[in-house]
Design a protein around this ligand. Sequence first.
Ligand code: SDX
Length: 425
Amino acid sequence: MEPARLSINGHNAEFPVTVGTEDEVGFDILKLRGSTGAITLDPGFANTGSCESTITYIDGEKGILRYRGYTIEDLATKSTFVDVAHLLVRGELPTKKEADKFNEDLTHHSLLHEDMKKFFEGYPANAPPMSVLSTIVSSLSAYYPGSADGEDFDVNIVRLLAKLKTIAAFSYKKSIGQPYIYPRNDMGYAADFMHMMFAVPSEEYQPNDLLVRTLDMLLILHADHEQNCSTSTVRMVGSSGADLFTSISAGISALSGPLHGGANTAVIEMLDMIRKDGGDFKKYVDKAKDKNDPFRLMGFGHRVYKNFDPRAHVIKSNADEVLNKLGISDPLLDLAKQLERIALEDDYFVERGLYPNVDFYSGILYRAMGIPTDMFTVMFALGRLPGWIAQWVEMKKDPATRIYRPRQIYTGYTKRAFVPTENRG
Ligand code: SDX
């Protein structure tokens, strides 16, 4: 393809063009400042690619999401989270033999070092679960050095994938004052997590098969999403040479924000608020449209998806089936559907391409599993972990990777003389 041409500041420059396998077009501005003296300005990086990647493809206009070429619909309904984690981290869906070995590795690395329990003891019961998760993941570097590269790197990836669900479940047990339930080697990933969350020492607990499959599906739906805020954070921190655990800890922190992974918690809180306010949808839709009102319709809108989020479609259709099969009637699901209908009949939302995203319905299913609202974003992190790891490894291996260091346009004071304190009036 012809190079991109730019005429600016009295300079004319050409920039090489890259075309991806899905015909996305980007032009490389590596030499922009050197050849024109100008930089680009793109707050939020909505028009800026940070890398070339082979992991996940999203088409926001067509509502397409694929992990290494497989559609999210196929993976969510036909694969397992552990197989998808293998696909993302190692590049291919595993053979039966590879899957058995991967599952065995994840099973046998799911314990935490006993000394790590002291970290949980130091937290108050109401400690924000994402803060606990981020801190303890970062602490893994103290117990398992070598997660930046080197011979322990691969086993440290397995350790992280295996231990995150244990850290999450232990933080929950600590928050409710119950004893920790240790991982079981006879249970799969999702079943073992639910067992660690809900079993109590005095009773036999067998996770509900439908809920286990539903959790596995939710984890798949959250497993990667190209260069979103938290993934870009993981890449940025890793680009400085920081190790994997530290980089993932930063990604967990970025995900916790209500505009990102924290939205699933915010959606349920919003629906509950509307319910308590008598279900006055119009009031809240009008508030969301009012530029002077900070209220936003949580779970609505997306930087990339402008017609629909394919993950929301899968979750919404499963929510009905799961609740019906379990005989659960959740008033918030009916509220969510009514809110979606009203919003999507409103030009404000349609004109801006604001549709339900992955967070709008996911909380309904987490509630059906008995997962507390303040743990919803932790569930998002559990799902996103293999994607973060895959993206971090790709960044490390990419010869084009440089330490992330964006520029700026300075708009502050120009040079001025220093005035001693006594003369400043
Ligand atoms: C996730 O990037 C990813 O891939 C993220 C994610 C992943 O898997 O990693 O998909 C996960 O984070 C999903 C998004 C969860 N967040 C929410 O549900 C929070 C509510 N939504 C938003 O705040 C917002 O839509 C964002 C943050 C998701 C996207 O923000 P953008 O792309 O910066 O869009 P914007 O703020 O520039 O909004 C464009 C317009 C604005 O109006 P105008 O200035 O054009 O008049 O749409 C309006 C916004 O005011 N708008 C909303 C709205 N979202 C956008 N108005 C009301 N309610 C909303 N939810």
